[in-house]
Every structure is written in C-alpha cells, then in structure tokens.
Design a protein around this ligand. Structure first.
Ligand SMILES: *[C@@H]1O[C@H](CO)[C@@H](O)[C@H](O)[C@H]1NC(C)=O
Ligand SMILES: *[C@@H]1O[C@H](CO)[C@@H](O)[C@H](O)[C@H]1NC(C)=O
Ligand SMILES: *[C@@H]1O[C@H](CO)[C@@H](O)[C@H](O)[C@H]1NC(C)=O
Length: 254
C-alpha cells in the first residue's frame, strides 16, 4: 500500500517535471469518443468490449462516450451514421476539449460475408483517421482485441493478426498514433491461461465479448498503452491503478 502510493507520487512527480519541455500539450481536458465494434461497445446482451472500462479511468473534467456498435465494420459504421455522430462530437467539443477518437475494427470486417478486403479495411482506417484530423481531433488507431479461443494458433499470433498488421500500416501511412491492443491482449491471455481468460467472458462460451470485470481489465490495458505513448498529454487525466497494472505486467489475473 505504502509502496504503491509512493510509486504513484513519484510517477506524477516525474510526469510534472517532464511537462514543461514538451511543448505540444494543451491545457484543455481530453474528451474521448470510442469508435468501433462490439469489442469496444457497452456491455449488453449482444456485445461488450473494453470501452466502458477504459472510460471509467478518466479523471473529471475529462470525459468520454462509448460509440462502439455491435456488429460494425469500417463500412457499416459510416453507412449507418455512427461515424457522423463521432465527427459531430469532435466538432461540437473541440473548443473546450482536446478530442481524441479511438478507432478499432476488424472482428467483423474480416468476415467473408462482409466482402471487405484487407486492403479496403486498411484504406478505410486511413480515411477515418484523416477525417478525425480534419474535424480538429486526434485519432488513435487501435489493433483489434484478441479473442480468447485458445486454439493452438492463438499463441504468437491470433486470428486477427492480418487486421493487426493492416491497422499498423494504416497508422504509419497516415502518421497516426496507434496502440497495439492485439499484441498486448494476446500476450496477457496467453500468460494467464484459458480458465482465467474465460473468467472475463461476457457469457459462458462467448470468447469475444467482455464482462464488466473484463472491460475494466482490458480497458486498463488500453489506458496503459495510451499512457505509454501519450503520457505527457494524458497523464493527469487517466487514473492509475498500480496494483492492476502490476498484475497485468506480471501476467497474473487482475
Ligand atoms: C464484393 O465487392 C466487390 C468489389 O467491391 C464487388 O465487385 C462484388 O460484387 C461484391 N460481392 C458481393 C457478394 O457483394
Ligand atoms: C499456447 O500454446 C500452449 C502450448 O501449445 C497452449 O497450452 C496454450 O493454451 C496456448 N495459448 C493460447 C492462448 O491458445
Ligand atoms: C485496482 O485494481 C485492483 C486489482 O484489480 C482492484 O482490486 C482494485 O479495486 C482497483 N482499485 C480501484 C481504486 O479501482
């Protein structure tokens, strides 16, 4: 207890001292808009992702909205109007907040019935990132959350590996910030093993969607990945949980 308190004091101290030299942070609090499919979305009968868990770590007056849509692809999210909502939020809030838009798709884009090639998926991600920038926000491309299927191919790579690589390529091509949730979540799931990994399932046998607890744990992974890349801007707005972070780093159930 005492140790973790002094660690977090130390962490905020070094963060505070690191701030003046950086230059590109603003004083506005961040607002987050989470674009994605059911592996980002609010916990419901048909879906549930990391989004709400992530948002629970925001320190007011930072805030955010989970815009994840069950079943969405990079195409349907735009065609169905969700994307216009996200862009509208950025435009409405950018004067008062630094608007961040996380973009995570792939689970449905990869279904053959959707008829979306990997190339199209990649181009769509570039387009979405560019539109956030044009609207005055900051996009973050997120590689897709791993499934917890525990098939033998699940170890070094998983069934979303191609989408992971396409997301990274889209980010690099468009000079967009990206975080590797696929890699981090796969490594974590491998480390804790099948039984613990399935304890985060929304429902028994559903290895894709997350329970409330799962949302907090995988939302923590997203928060920590963002803090690693953007700590100088987001550090004072995302609450730490050193206990949970340490358990995740150690590959233990959190
Ligand atoms: C799939 O997409 C291609 C290229 O856009 C199109 O030519 C083709 O008709 C589509 N197939 C189906 C089954 O929708
Ligand atoms: C990784 O491989 C090991 C050994 O083959 C296996 O026991 C384990 O279940 C695999 N992990 C996943 C997540 O599939
Ligand atoms: C921090 O994480 C630990 C481990 O998951 C959990 O037991 C605890 O409730 C969390 N603390 C807060 C303040 O959420």
């Amino acid at each position: 207890m005492k140790l973790s308190r002094s660690l977090s004091v130390l962490a905020s101290f070094s963060l505070a001292t690191a701030l003046p030299g950086r230059g590109h942070h603003s004083n506005k609090p961040p607002a987050f808009f989470l674009a994605g499919d059911s592996t980002t979305a609010v916990q419901s009968e048909g879906g549930g992702g990391w989004g709400d868990g992530f948002l629970s770590f925001l320190i007011p007056t930072a805030w955010g909205t989970n815009c994840g849509h069950n079943g969405a692809t990079t195409v349907s999210f735009v065609e169905g109007g969700d994307w216009a909502t996200v862009i509208g939020e950025v435009e409405d809030n950018k004067d008062e907040y630094d608007c961040w838009v996380t973009i995570q798709f792939g689970h449905n884009d990869q279904k053959p019935a959707k008829n979306i090639t990997l190339q199209m998926y990649q181009e769509n991600l570039v387009e979405l990132a560019e539109e956030v920038k044009s609207a005055g926000g900051t996009p973050v491309l997120v590689t897709p959350l791993t499934r917890r299927n525990f098939v033998s191919e699940h170890n070094a790579t998983d069934s979303l590996h191609d989408e992971r690589l396409a997301t990274i390529t889209a980010a690099e091509e468009s000079h967009t910030t990206w975080i590797d949730l696929n890699k981090a979540s796969l490594a974590y799931v491998n480390a804790i093993g099948e039984e613990a990994a399935h304890s985060y399932n929304l429902a028994e046998g559903d290895n894709t969607h997350l329970s409330d607890r799962g949302s907090a744990v995988f939302g923590r992974i997203v928060a920590d990945l963002l803090l690693q890349k953007k700590g100088y801007e987001l550090g004072k707005w995302i609450e730490r949980n050193e206990t949970m972070t340490a358990l995740i780093r150690a590959g233990l159930p959190a």
